[in-house]
Design a protein around this ligand. Structure first.
Ligand code: PLP
Length: 415
């Protein structure tokens, strides 16, 4: 275990933090310790400014002209390139659109179409469930297709990859445990067997640097409303390596992906490049909020972000184990920072109730059934002092049994 620091050491860490000025860009409710930016990122002044401008000037005054004059039509591609910079994707390979679930559907179909003589999709039993639900949906539309799952059909995903596999759909960072996979090694392994890989970057984009082009990745998808702070329901992104562009077929062949949408032709003709993954009209107000959120990211050095992320998560683990070790908490995330995303999970038999007690005291994390308490650490706006105070409050809740209050056992729809 790392040495347990005192509060003076914590204050020194904050004083020396290069990313500390970034916190001023965000609208954090006073008194709140927000450790849930891995579920819904915090609003920024820049995002609100963009939203206001888009609503009052562009929609309010310029109306339909804004499709051309305010760049509305090209925004999915323009923002895609800006997300691309954060995930190691050169321009022209990433587009912002639809939801992660829908983008998984499109990417899986595109990958299956690129491997017409193969029928197997490999994924993880412990995946975020929507990935599996979408894979089941794809299998149900393709006679002969089947799904092989890590943890069900073999202990390790690598053991499921052979020459019958069309595509591997895998999370870079597991949503629950925070386990980080080796992107380059798994991509290589799949490609050695002639399979394609789709990486789900929902807990990667804005959380740690990643190099899609460098790892020779085929496809990737991810959220913008988590670590990228795009706002509730902000559109997702999808990446496809340039080498696949000419051959991509995806079944949601709407007019936004057409080569000539305003020619209003009777038949579909797929557009050039990554545009082919677009389907229909995109939510412009949400895209504009995301544009503001990405302005903040333009100034961020991803290596510095990762360094702080590991220090925040290391500190949290050290303090929780030192101060709350007697109360039955078990670390569910890797202890080695290099093998962990930007989150820490602990299990406890009464995780739900403990988390509700934390939230009632202004420390927001979340609960994942059956027994996981999940804490996300977003280096742009979480301080080391936040980590210290969160653990102090957790210790108080556990040592006094405050979580046993009956109101904390009432289950809400969203946990
Ligand atoms: C959050 C998350 C999603 C969410 O998908 P939506 O379609 O945006 O609701 C998908 N996959 C993973 C791994 C996630 O963490």
């Amino acid at each position: 275990m790392n040495a347990v620091p005192d509060f003076a050491a914590i204050e020194a860490m904050d004083a020396a933090d290069w990313l500390r000025p970034m916190r001023e860009r965000f609208i954090l409710p006073p008194g709140l310790i927000y450790l849930d930016g891995n579920s819904l990122g915090v609003a920024s002044t820049a995002a609100f400014d963009e939203l206001r401008k888009a609503a009052t000037e562009e929609w309010g005054q310029d109306l339909i002209r804004s499709w051309n004059t305010a760049g509305w039509f090209d925004m999915p591609l323009a923002l895609g390139d800006r997300v691309g910079r954060l995930i190691g994707a050169a321009a022209g390979q990433t587009v912002v659109c639809d939801t992660t679930s829908i983008n998984i559907y499109k990417a899986l179909h595109a990958a299956m179409a690129l491997r017409p003589d193969r029928s197997v999709i490999v994924s993880e039993g412990g995946s975020f469930p929507t990935d599996l639900y979408m894979a089941e949906g794809v299998v149900s539309t393709r006679p002969g297709a089947s799904l092989r799952l890590e943890g069900v059909d073999a202990p390790e995903i690598e053991d499921l990859i052979d020459d019958s596999v069309a595509v591997v759909l895998v999370n870079h960072v597991n949503y629950k445990s925070g386990v980080l996979r080796d992107m380059a090694a798994l991509t290589r392994k799949a490609q050695e067997h002639g399979a394609l890989v789709i990486w789900d970057l929902c807990h990667t984009a804005g959380a740690l640097p990643v190099d899609l082009d460098g790892a020779n990745v085929d496809f990737a998808v991810g959220c913008t409303y988590k670590y990228l702070n795009g706002g509730p329901g902000a559109p997702a992104f999808i990446y496809a390596a340039t080498r696949h562009h000419g051959d991509i077929r995806q079944p949601l062949s709407g007019w936004w992906g057409h080569a000539r949408p305003f020619a209003f032709e009777q038949h579909y003709a797929a557009g050039e490049g990554i545009r082919r993954f677009l389907c229909g009209t995109q939510p412009i107000l949400s895209l504009r909020a995301l544009k503001g959120a990405l302005d903040v990211w333009d100034e961020v050095d991803m290596a510095a972000l990762r360094e702080k992320s590991i220090r925040l998560t290391d500190l949290f683990i050290t303090l929780v184990e030192a101060k709350c070790g007697a109360y039955g908490l078990e670390l569910e995330s890797p202890r080695d920072g290099a093998k962990r995303g930007s989150q820490v999970s602990f299990s406890h038999p009464n995780s739900y109730e403990v988390m509700q007690a934390l939230i009632a005291r202004g420390v927001i994390g979340d609960f994942r059934a059956p027994t996981t308490m999940r804490f996300g650490f977003t280096p742009l706006y979480v301080s080391y002092a936040d980590v210290w105070r969160a653990v102090e409050i957790l210790e108080e809740i556990l040592s006094t049994g405050a979580w046993e209050d009956a109101r904390f056992a009432v289950r809400a729809a969203v946990t």
